[in-house]
Design a protein around this ligand. Structure first.
Ligand SMILES: Nc1ncnc2c1ncn2[C@@H]1O[C@H](COP(=O)(O)OP(=O)(O)O)[C@@H](O)[C@H]1O
Ligand SMILES: [Mg+2]
Length: 391
């Protein structure tokens, strides 16, 4: 099963590109689901049909769904919510509704990931296309499983023990109900589910495509996204340059736009040298409906297979060397000064700008010492040395 996510700055054509790619997949006989995790649900507009919280068949093999954070059919979430509600109730906060709890930070992202997971493991789909929210939210979404995993491994077991020990006292003193085991179980289940979705999304059949328009600020954001997505271990396998003005025609206004865009497009080519750049022209009308979307995809992908599996090894590799091992992490566009590297036990902490990844080192590396690090040709290389050699 192939999973393709689309992200980019607001308004560049993410939904159109996602819907177009899904349409192309369905035409190839693949049972396809296109799922929107963007709160500004526009898949309905792109297909020109109503789209709800359940997969809706819009064409042969083609299903469309908007993730609805208000629908909490996921068991884990219900348990956690019930606990939160009981706490709020005991604290005298009235009358808060379960609906309002879904606005707690991260809740929508969690719901979207859980929904994506359940579709991915259902075995029902050949292709899942995800129409993501604008870049920053998508990055938050994709960083979430690992961040939560860190909390779960370090803090959660301790909290669980403490709560257990203090429960009788706390319940009496504060009058606040302490979480039942079922709540902790639910959190653990949630953690497992999120870990699974992280595995699926960083696996070899998943990739992210960056959608951009030929404008300087948009391209700058796409470059930063590529860095951050690589940092978190996601594969980017292509760029869609959308709304490119066709060259034909000769009025001064158009000529100027074509010239300005071709300068930025040259920068796009230089920025994403290893990736296919699919160009899509500014069409005379909005690409709405299956037919238009299919034409959009045909024009953009040309002879390329829109479903081709991503090539290469992915953003992180570990190679054994004579004296130990080298961990290599793709970090396009960064200089050594932009990267901060720290080691905490068997964890590698990599910070690039405001993004930080806590990378659990594989057991084999956990016992080795860091012998050096450099940033070279768009990749961070960390050299590990077997401790037997140095001691
Ligand atoms: N190549 C194109 N030519 C003409 N209109 C386009 C093109 N790509 C997208 N649009 C239109 O631009 C608007 C924004 O596109 P959309 O895919 O919703 O962007 P996003 O999901 O990134 O916010 C929509 O009305 C869409 O129909
Ligand atoms: Mg959109």
């Amino acid at each position: 099963m192939r999973i393709i996510l689309f992200t980019g700055k607001g308004g560049v054509g993410k939904t159109t590109a996602a819907a177009g790619t899904a349409t192309a997949a369905a035409l190839r006989g693949q049972r396809t689901l296109v799922l929107s995790t963007d709160a500004a649900h526009s898949l309905a507009d792109a297909f020109g049909v109503p789209v709800g919280g359940d997969p809706n068949e819009v064409d042969h093999n083609l299903f469309v769904q908007q993730v609805d954070a208000q629908r909490r059919f996921e068991r884990s979430w219900v348990d956690i919510q019930q606990y939160l509600l009981s706490v709020l109730d005991a604290a005298g906060v009235d009358p808060i509704t379960a609906e309002e709890l879904t606005v707690i930070p991260g809740a929508e992202e969690v719901m979207a990931l859980l929904e994506l997971r359940s579709h991915a493991v259902s075995g029902e789909w050949d292709v899942i296309v995800v129409d993501c929210a604008p870049t920053a939210e998508t990055l938050r979404l994709l960083a979430l499983p690992e961040a939560l995993g860190w909390y779960m491994d370090r803090v959660f077991p301790m909290e669980r023990r403490i709560v257990k020990a203090l429960k009788p006292i706390l319940t009496r003193a504060a009058g606040v109900p302490m979480p039942h085991d079922s709540v902790f179980d639910a959190i653990e289940r949630l953690h497992r589910d999120l870990e699974e979705v992280h595995e699926i999304l960083t696996g070899k059949d998943s990739s992210v495509r960056l959608v951009l328009t030929p404008e300087t600020v948009v391209v700058a954001e796409a470059r930063r996204s590529l860095t951050t997505l690589s940092l978190f271990g996601y594969r980017v396998d292509g760029v869609i340059a959308n709304r490119v003005f066709p060259e034909a025609g000769s009025d001064a206004w158009r000529r100027q736009w074509v010239a300005a865009q071709s300068e930025v497009l040259a920068e796009v080519e230089q920025s994403f040298v290893d990736l296919p750049i699919w160009r899509s022209s500014y069409r005379p009308c909005e690409p709405v409906g299956v037919e238009e979307l299919s034409a959009f995809a045909k024009a953009a992908y040309g002879e390329d297979d829109p479903l081709a599996s991503p090539a290469g090894e992915g953003p992180m590799t570990i190679r054994r060397t004579k004296s130990g091992a080298t961990l290599s992490m793709a970090l396009p566009f960064v200089a050594k000064a932009d990267v901060d590297l720290a080691r905490h036990g068997d964890e590698l902490v990599v910070t690039v700008g405001s993004y930080r990844r806590l990378l659990a080192l594989p057991a084999a590396l956990g016992k080795q010492k860091i012998a050096g690090a450099r940033v070279d040709d768009g990749a961070l290389q960390v050299r590990f040395k077997s401790t037997e050699d140095s001691e």
